[in-house]
Write a protein of this length. Sequence first.
Length: 418
Amino acid sequence: MQKLLVQGGYRLNGEINIGGMKNSALPVIYATILVKDECILENIPRVSDIDNSIEILRQMGAYCEFIDTHTLLINTKNLSSEINGFELISKMRASSYLMGTMLARFGKAYLPMPGGCNFGKRPIEQHIKGFEHLGAKCIEDNGFINITTNKKLKSNKITLDKISVGATINIVLASIFLDGLTIIENSAMEPHVDDTIRFLNMCGAKILRCKSRIYIEGVKALHSSRYRIFPDMIESLTYMTFLGICGGDITLVGVKYEHIKYVCDIFKKMNFNIDTYEDEVRARVNEQVEGANIITAPYPLFPTDLHPQFASLLCFSSTGGTIRDDVFPTRFAYAKELEKMGANIERIENSIKIYPSKIHSATLDATDLRAGAALVACALGAQGESIINNVNYIVRGYEDIVGKVTSLGGKIKIIKET
Ligand code: EPZ
């Protein structure tokens, strides 16, 4: 296993490129299953969830090659109707998009229940509700899901009981070729949902969003396209939390400000100076940040994927604050790691209260992707040298975090387990 070695106490200054959005690139990669032709996808982040998804498609007969560092060519013309790569599938949440795509293309899908970050239950009943409303039969058996249809699927109106990114995307994918109009009510509005819709429409699909309602008019087939993935809003916001802890002056290049405006408005109230130009955001922090109280919620409000990193930021703030996670109420595994660094924390159900803390270095264990980013954040502000184990979690979603932090003046490096 690899570890990160972080020497805290250095300000961050300079410019970094923000990569493509992992949580868009993943559904778009699986959506190429619906295009029996060549697709070229630009701004694909080089992170392990992407590599694993490419490997799953390759094992099913797709042709997938990077034609440059971040541009991926995929052709699923010869894809098998049988899903392969069960071990990889059970490690990732994004592999759940095999359900909607294989159902749409082959009328069936048999695969392990999807995995994903281990911060609590990851149910899929909303996905199943959608598939069954379209006429599919879904049976969960011994850790596997078997989706079949004994007749052609039919378009329908589906009202989701919970706002779910994955279920919204999966129902869009499953309904692409259905005669008539499928309507999804109470759909997720995250940018990665609309990124996937834009890709599908570039390939000839007919999908329209009106606020939280999505209309999908069935088409006969999709054609090849070249598509550029949106920039990663969570990567941008994660580096802003690093800045808030370390102080300094950084410019993030290749950002869609509209995707991060809600959180940046909170940062501004915390003493961040933030200026935006076209696709760049410059942020400066010259004094200790103020505290804040936040509640996570579906887009466009505060994203749950920034919760752990924001908790680290509050440790260094002048007044601390509270975080209530209404999306993933048990996403608090990072808290005990922050306490190892001296964080003064109180846990109350799905909330955490963080007091201004005197943070020192420690040896830490990353427990999931965003918790790992939170530990990097805290270590960058801690006095002394910290070690972070289980780097594999962090590289799932942050391309070249060592190179980017180092280029900004942070002291961080990967060391091999001795
Ligand atoms: C996506 O997960 C992201 N993952 C998550 O990011 C992100 O935290 C989440 O959306 C919320 O924004 C990917 O895109 C690969 P949901 P997803 O379905 O689709 C409940 C990261 O760090 N729910 O929107 O699984 C669910 O338990 C990862 O990049 C049901 O109850 O999230 C949660 O409480 C972590 N039943 C809420 O809805 C269902 O059938 C939102 O989940 C589906 C979801």
